[in-house]
Write a protein that binds this ligand. Structure first.
Ligand SMILES: [Zn+2]
Length: 240
């Protein structure tokens, strides 16, 4: 019975590749799975991650995948083509990875990297918030979506040279009350980390507000040109 209902469900709501969107099951399927590069760890505070990002305030974190190939395609579908249902799928993967981080105890709450009202209106939905919701559900921790806020619109980080990215974010984030984060272990989440400057700026605000530690989980991180490439399917654990 269970099998029959699963088959029916598959007929009407066929399982699709979470990256390219191709229907899976009967046809040979897509070539996405073997092409994804897994897990990149962000180093502890003031150290570098495998890609050369420097974090002054973030305690650590991880990305499920390198932002390339099928992962890049999937994120674009989520962000720019209205496939917002993917947030639940990606969020669950992020939760599995976040559960492996070691902040010295369970996270007290999860927080999306905030966007301004105008930015949300432009897209119609808020990707980091959708991811944070999935993380909150999967990890059974509170969703803190109204503490860290974005005060004003900034130029898009990925359109700026690396040297200008930190300055672009200066003062962009603010805290609405600090009581909720004081002494807490905060998990930040976002879809993609490029330079890591946005995550670090958010972590700076949260640390100033008294957070005990701030970690981040992102679905994908941009590989830096010339950085050591993690092998296909290679998972790195622990901090380096
Ligand atoms: Zn695919």
């Amino acid at each position: 019975m269970e099998k029959a209902s699963a088959a029916l469900k598959n007929l009407f709501f066929p399982r699709r590749c979470p990256y390219c969107g191709q229907v899976m099951g009967f046809a040979p399927g897509c070539e996405c799975a073997p092409r994804v590069e897994e897990c990149r760890l962000f180093g502890p505070s003031a150290l570098l991650d495998g890609e050369g990002r420097r974090f002054a305030f973030l305690d650590g974190g991880a990305a499920c995948y390198a932002y390339a190939g099928p992962i890049r395609q999937g994120v674009r579908r989520l962000k720019f083509e209205g496939a917002c249902g993917l947030a639940a799928v990606y969020g669950r993967e992020m939760a599995a990875l976040a559960a492996q981080l070691e902040p010295g105890g369970p996270f007290d709450g999860v927080m999306p990297v905030p966007s301004t009202k105008k930015e949300r209106r432009r897209r119609g939905y808020d990707v980091p918030l959708l991811l944070a919701r999935a993380l909150s559900g999967a990890l059974a921790i509170p969703l803190w979506d109204d503490i860290l806020i974005k005060e004003f619109e900034t130029r898009r980080q990925h359109e700026l040279p690396l040297a200008e990215r930190k300055a672009n974010l200066l003062g962009a984030f603010g805290l609405r009350g600090t009581a909720a984060v004081q002494g807490r272990r905060v998990l930040l989440c976002d879809d993609v980390a490029t330079s890591g400057a946005t995550l670090d700026e958010c972590a700076k605000m949260l640390r100033a507000g008294g957070a005990a530690s701030v970690w981040a989980v992102v679905f994908a991180a941009t590989p830096r040109p010339g950085a050591r490439k993690a092998g296909k399917g290679e998972r790195r654990h622990g901090t380096e």
